[in-house]
Design a binder for this molecule. Structure first.
Ligand code: MIG
Length: 799
């Protein structure tokens, strides 16, 4: 196989043609076949991922906004074998069979499980195409980002066309993002992945229109898709992360509680919110300013009547240990000769999108007539990045990219005409003009990419925080996201759970929704309380709401509701070592922070609304929020623990009677959860002991990850990582500390082990030291000094 590695395309094509006619096995890096004017190329960037490209007359351009050139260029050898009617290509994990007459493809794994099979060969229609795949009766479908509807997409159909979907319904479609990636899961818990890398308006139809057919396609562009083998769902998520990348590690403060409103109108109002958060002891880390901080809604300006000194305001917030996040929309006011620098410098640099006749496209948005940067050009992205220089200098910590579908007012399409001209200057692509029809769905991703890259340049040692509304596959590399303008209703609270878990499966580990709801009437006390409870276990936790309605900060419904809400926010802050550890894990393997239960337990039939935070916590909200009736909570096995009481459950499920102050959360037997003392802001260094909560059970493990939470020191050894394991034979619990890794110094004085499900006395021994300990309320507490070396603690249950 090595001999093919350096060969050019033409030689490969020739070899492939030879291979196609040969009866003996051969090995090729890419397989090419042509039939009836259709050219098809099959390659495997990795043994468990196959890429299929097809075009009429010619193969499509080998280019992508989602998948890097390195990944697209990678090939593992394909073993080719032939029969009279079909060719089969094999990697160590996959087998791909192509019908020579029709080019219909069947992808199977080496066990013979069919992952995805053509019901019909690809059809080229108008300027686009359509693929029809067999949809097995026991297959369920997930992914597609934050599309509405139930978690499982089976029986639904979706259009992918980024849309400003203000007040979208629980079945509303299309909404803000286009992530053409699907995870299939069968009743045996086996999964596969499918990613169609196409930015044109596209669709996925999961047997809604055509029974038992998974139908997908696009209005333009070419056929370029990947099938991933799994076989378990986590492996598919990791495959997709390999293709499209992972989210870079967030600044830790962005995992704290964030308060936002459209809009806090002036400094006094915003400081009032900051001060109240502190006075009421609501742990929190960020405040947002929405469009009204600007001068006449012009991006990168400040209304100095309302905010006389942004740098000074940032310092005041900093004294309250809060970060400031500013909205920065991409619609630059069309304001020539007015001294509006973004317009003047952008025009001078020629960065704005054009009409087909070469004039600049102008469309009305918040500032009135506006022009739009052409983010597919590096010069435009650099120019955009520089716009942040002033705010970064002022000390602003994060930026919010809204309206980047892009939204345009006063037009029924809610966006710009399809013939607006973008210019592609990107490695892999031929330098060329492209229409809005091609670029629309990737525009939001490119906007957030420009923001992220700009911030990286402006403050090289600060991890950026960017929040985007629109995006495309791979957008997780640049920004966190939220689900847009939801409604203050129970149905939307439930919807948030399926949206955020599907976003997590689709690469976006950092996702949140407007807690309490954005549109409609302000939430009832119960609705806001429940939403905050659930939000405490979401990756991003932001309370945000629209103009012209009653406020919905944590305190608005009086002390009783506020106390419940505070309990949940407090708990999130105590759990921050666990949550931050999940974020760090995500940066390496792409596993989301908030998880569909099947990611951990592929055969477990979870109830609606159940979800997991990492691999240890299972959150089980009521299925119907307002009903006082008891509801069943299925659990993956017996032995799970109630998070709040620490009590071990002997059955693989329980009943819950809804109580407003209780959001049921359960802990995996075998979990070791790190928790820290409560702080009011993540800028505060906790003091005291790090708690390790041990929940004895099988596969007992946990870990801690720590760094300074904001810089890139961790890439140069300034981190702390340590794993823990335990085993329990009923008499003795053995707790093992692995050797600590990394140079970052911990804040804690030592570890406090809290072992749950314990009764009676215990003697414990570590190194040569013996201690006795007493349990209370079912937990055994052991206060230790810091443990840096590999060590074993043996805890004997006293007879
Ligand atoms: O047309 O900036 O989704 O979060 O508060 C509305 C004002 C524009 C839509 C965002 C919302 C934000 C609002 N924006």
């Amino acid at each position: 196989m090595a001999m093919f590695a350096g060969m050019g395309r033409i030689a490969l094509g020739l070899l492939a043609m030879l291979a196609a006619g040969a009866t003996h096995a051969e090995t090729l890096p890419r397989y090419l076949i042509e039939q009836g004017g259709v050219k098809m190329e099959i390659s495997a960037p990795r043994a468990d991922i196959v890429r299929i490209r097809e075009g009429q007359g010619a193969l499509p351009e080998d280019a992508s906004w989602a998948v890097s050139q390195t990944v697209r260029g990678a090939t593992v050898p394909l073993d080719v074998s032939d029969t009279a009617t079909a060719t089969t290509l094999r990697t160590s994990a996959l087998s791909i069979t192509i019908d020579k007459a029709t080019l219909a493809v069947t992808v199977a794994d080496t066990s013979g499980r069919v992952l995805l099979a053509d019901a019909q060969a690809a059809a080229f229609e108008n300027k686009g195409f359509r693929l029809r795949k067999v949809m097995p009766a026991d297959e369920h479908y997930f992914g597609l980002g934050d599309k509405t509807g139930p978690l499982d997409r089976r029986g639904e159909s979706f259009a992918l066309w980024n849309t400003d979907a203000y007040g979208f319904g629980t079945e509303g479609d299309p909404i803000y993002k286009s992530i053409p990636y699907v995870l299939g899961l069968n009743d045996n818990g086996q999964a596969f992945g499918l990613f169609m890398d196409n930015t044109f308006r596209s669709f996925f139809d999961f047997g809604k229109t055509e029974r038992d057919t998974l139908d997908f396609g696009a209005e333009g562009g070419s056929i370029d898709y990947y099938v991933m083998a799994g076989p378990d769902p986590k492996a598919v998520v990791e495959d997709y992360a390999y293709l499209t990348g992972t989210a870079p590690l967030t600044p830790e403060w962005a995992l704290g509680f964030q308060q936002s409103h459209y809009s806090y109108m002036n400094e006094g109002e915003a400081m009032g919110i900051a001060d109240r958060l502190r006075a009421d002891h609501i742990p929190s880390d960020a405040i947002y300013l929405d469009i009204d901080y600007q001068d006449r809604n012009r991006p990168f300006t400040v209304n100095t009547q309302a905010f006389p000194d942004m740098a000074a305001f940032v310092q005041k917030l900093k004294a309250d240990k809060l970060h400031l996040i500013l909205i920065t929309d991409l619609h630059i006011a069309d304001a020539p000769n007015q001294g509006y620098a973004p317009y003047d410098t952008g025009t001078a640099a020629g960065v704005f999108l054009k009409n087909p006749d070469g004039s600049t496209f102008v469309g009305p948005v918040w500032p009135g007539p506006a022009v739009f940067p052409d983010f597919s050009r590096p010069t435009a992205r650099d120019w955009w990045g520089q716009q942040y220089a002033g705010f970064v200098k002022d000390g602003v910590s994060g930026f919010w990219n809204d309206m980047n579908e892009p939204a345009v007012f006063e037009t029924p399409t809610k966006t710009m005409p399809l013939d607006v001209v973008h210019r592609i200057e990107e490695p892999g692509f031929a330098p060329r003009d492209a229409t809005q029809a091609e670029m629309h769905n990737v525009y939001g991703l490119l906007n957030s990419r420009a923001t992220y890259d700009g911030l990286r340049k402006l403050s090289p040692d600060q991890r950026p925080f960017v929040l985007t509304r629109a995006s495309y596959a791979g957008g997780q590399r640049y920004a966190a996201t939220w689900t847009g303008d939801n409604t203050s209703s129970w149905a939307h609270l439930s919807l948030s759970i399926s949206q955020l878990t599907n976003l997590g499966l689709s690469g976006f580990a950092y996702a949140g929704d407007d807690i309490g709801g954005f549109t409609g009437d302000a939430p009832s006390p119960e609705l806001l309380t429940r939403w905050i409870e659930v939000g405490a276990f979401n990756p991003i936790m932001r309370d945000h709401y629209a103009k012209g309605r009653d406020p919905q900060e944590v305190w608005v419904h009086g002390p009783e509701q506020e106390a419940i809400r505070r309990t949940y926010i407090d708990e999130r802050y105590r759990l921050m070592p666990y949550i931050y550890g999940l974020a760090e894990e995500n940066s390496r393997d792409g596993l989301p922070v908030m998880r569909a239960t099947f990611l951990e337990f592929p055969k477990f039939a979870a109830a609606v609304n159940q979800f997991m935070l990492g691999d240890d916590l299972l959150v089980a909200p009521p299925v119907t929020w307002e009903s006082p009736a008891a509801y069943p909570v299925p659990l993956p096995s017996a032995g799970w623990y109630d998070y709040w009481t620490g009590q071990r459950l002997d059955t693989p499920g329980t009943q819950e009677t809804p109580r407003l102050d209780r959001l049921p959360v359960f802990v995996r037997p075998g979990a070791i959860l790190p928790k820290q003392p409560l702080v009011q802001s993540l800028s505060d260094t906790p003091s005291g002991q790090l708690e390790l909560h041990v929940y004895p059970g099988p596969d007992c493990h946990g870990s801690i990850y720590l760094d300074d939470g904001e810089s890139y020191g961790y890439t140069k050894g300034q981190y702390l990582r340590q794993s823990f394991h335990c085993s329990d034979d009923g008499k003795t619990l053995t707790f093992a500390f692995d050797k600590r890794d990394g140079a970052y110094a911990p804040w804690w004085t030592g570890f406090t082990l809290v072992v749950h499900g314990w009764s009676g006395k215990a003697t414990a021994k570590m190194d040569r030291k013996t201690m006795t300990a007493q349990s209370a309320n079912g937990t055994l507490t052991l206060v230790l000094s810091d443990v840096v070396k590999a060590s074993t603690l043996v805890i004997n249950r006293a007879p």
